[in-house]
Design a protein around this ligand. Structure first.
Ligand SMILES: NC(=O)c1ccc[n+]([C@@H]2O[C@H](COP(=O)([O-])OP(=O)(O)OC[C@H]3O[C@@H](n4cnc5c(N)ncnc54)[C@H](OP(=O)(O)O)[C@@H]3O)[C@@H](O)[C@H]2O)c1
Length: 329
C-alpha cells in the first residue's frame, strides 16, 4: 500500500505526540520536518527518524515529495503557514484552534476549496472512541432529544510570560487553547449557536485566564462553557436530553470512558462504557486524514469546514465580549 507522505511544520510539544501517534496509524509516514531553526529540525528528525529536515517553513512547502502537512505551530501562525502549504499544492491538517479568528479561517477554507485540496482542523477529540460512542448514542436517541450541554476545561498554570499560553501575540489565553474543546462539543451536539453571552477575566499578561459563556442554539437548546488557565476545574462535560444524560469524565476532550443515564419508568439506568485505546489517541484523526485522502475528499464529514467556521465565529463572539468591553467612564 502506498503511504501518504507527511511533513511536520513546527517540531514542538504537540508535534512530538503526533509523531508518536503516527506509529499506530495506518498508511502514513513522516518524511520531512520544518522549523525556524535547522538545529531543532535536526533534533526532531533524529528522534523520529525523519530524513529531510528544513530550517525554514518555505523549504518544506517546496518539497515535491510531501503530500500532506501537519501545521503544529502556534495559532498566530496557522493562517500564514496553512496558506503557504496549500498554495504549494499540499493537503493540510491544521492544529486547533484553526486560526486567530473567523476571517482567517474563511481565507484558509477558501484556498483549500479553490485548489481542491484537503484541509481539516485537528480536533482529535471527534475521532476518539469516546466521541464516536457519544455521537452514536445521541444518534440512536438513547437520551432523547439533546437539549443542554455543560462543558468545562480549566487547569491551573503558573503565570509565565515566556509560555505561549500567556502571550497575546501567539494567541494565548484559556479560550483558544482549552475553551475550544467545550465549544466544539457544544457545536457537535447542539449545532451552531444563534446567540452568545460571555464574560471573562484578563490577566496581567493580557490573555484571558477565566471565561464563561452561555450559548443559545436553535430549537430551544442551551449550552454553558467554562475554561480557565489559573484554576483547577472539573474538566468534565454533561450532555442532557429529554430522556437522559451522558457524562464525559475528565479530561472531557479525551475521556477513556463515558456514562449513559437513561430513563426506565421512574428509575434511571446507568451504563458505563469503556472507551480506552492504545497510545495517545491522535492516531484516530490521522487515520481520518488518510481515509479522506484515499477517497479524494477535501473535507472530513466528522470535522467539516462548516463546523470549523461556526466554532471560529463562536470564539470571535466570546473574545469580542471579554476583551473589548465598552468603557463605563
Ligand atoms: N491537539 C492537542 O491536543 C493540542 C495540544 C497542545 C497544543 N495544540 C495546538 O498545537 C499548536 C502548537 O502547540 P504546542 O503546545 O506544540 O506549542 P509549542 O510546543 O510551543 O510548539 C510550537 C512550535 O511552533 C514553531 N513556531 C513557528 N513559528 C513560531 C512562532 N512565531 N512562535 C513560536 N513558535 C513558533 C516552533 O518551532 P520552531 O521555533 O522550531 O520553528 C515550536 O516548536 C497550538 O495551536 C496549540 O493550540 C494542540
Amino acid at each position: 500500500m502506498t503511504k501518504f507522505r507527511w511533513g511536520v511544520a513546527g517540531p514542538g510539544a504537540i508535534a512530538v505526540r503526533f509523531a508518536d501517534a503516527m506509529r499506530l496509524a495506518d498508511g502514513g509516514e513522516i518524511v520531512a520536518v520544518a522549523s525556524r531553526s535547522q538545529e531543532r529540525a535536526d533534533a526532531f528528525g533524529d528522534r523520529f527518524e525523519v530524513a529531510r529536515r528544513y530550517g525554514d517553513y518555505a523549504a518544506l512547502a517546496a518539497d515535491p515529495d510531501v503530500d500532506v502537512v501537519y501545521v503544529a505551530t502556534p495559532q498566530s501562525e496557522h493562517e500564514a503557514h496553512a496558506l503557504g502549504f496549500l498554495r504549494a499544492g499540499k493537503h493540510v491538517l491544521c492544529e486547533k484552534p484553526f486560526a486567530m479568528n473567523a476571517d482567517q479561517a474563511g481565507a484558509m477554507v477558501a484556498e483549500a476549496r479553490a485548489r481542491r485540496l484537503f484541509l481539516m482542523e485537528a480536533i482529535w477529540s471527534r475521532f476518539l472512541p469516546a466521541y464516536r460512542s457519544l455521537a452514536d448514542i445521541i444518534a440512536e436517541g438513547r437520551i432523547g432529544e439533546p437539549l443542554h450541554v455543560m462543558a468545562d476545561f480549566g487547569v491551573r498554570m503558573p503565570v509565565d510570560p515566556d509560555n505561549r499560553l500567556f502571550k497575546p501575540e501567539l494567541g494565548g489565553g484559556a479560550l483558544l487553547d482549552l475553551g475550544l474543546y467545550p465549544v466544539q462539543l457544544c457545536q457537535m451536539v447542539l449545532g451552531t449557536p444563534e446567540d452568545v453571552s460571555a464574560n471573562g477575566v484578563i490577566g496581567v499578561t493580557g490573555v484571558d485566564e477565566q471565561v464563561a459563556a452561555v450559548l443559545r442554539h436553535p430549537g430551544g437548546r442551551l449550552s454553558v462553557v467554562t475554561t480557565g488557565l489559573r484554576v483547577h476545574t472539573s474538566r468534565t462535560a454533561r450532555i442532557s436530553g429529554s430522556e437522559g444524560w451522558i457524562d464525559l469524565p475528565s479530561y472531557m476532550h479525551c475521556p477513556g470512558s463515558l456514562t449513559v443515564n437513561t430513563k426506565a419508568g421512574r428509575q434511571y439506568i446507568t451504563e458505563h462504557i469503556d472507551a480506552s485505546h492504545e497510545g495517545n489517541g491522535m492516531q484516530f484523526e490521522i487515520d481520518e486524514v488518510h481515509r479522506c485522502l484515499a477517497e479524494g475528499r477535501t473535507e472530513s464529514k466528522a470535522m467539516p469546514w462548516a463546523d470549523t467556521m461556526a466554532i471560529s465565529e463562536t470564539l470571535d463572539s466570546i473574545r469580542s465580549q471579554i476583551y473589548y468591553k465598552p468603557s463605563t467612564n
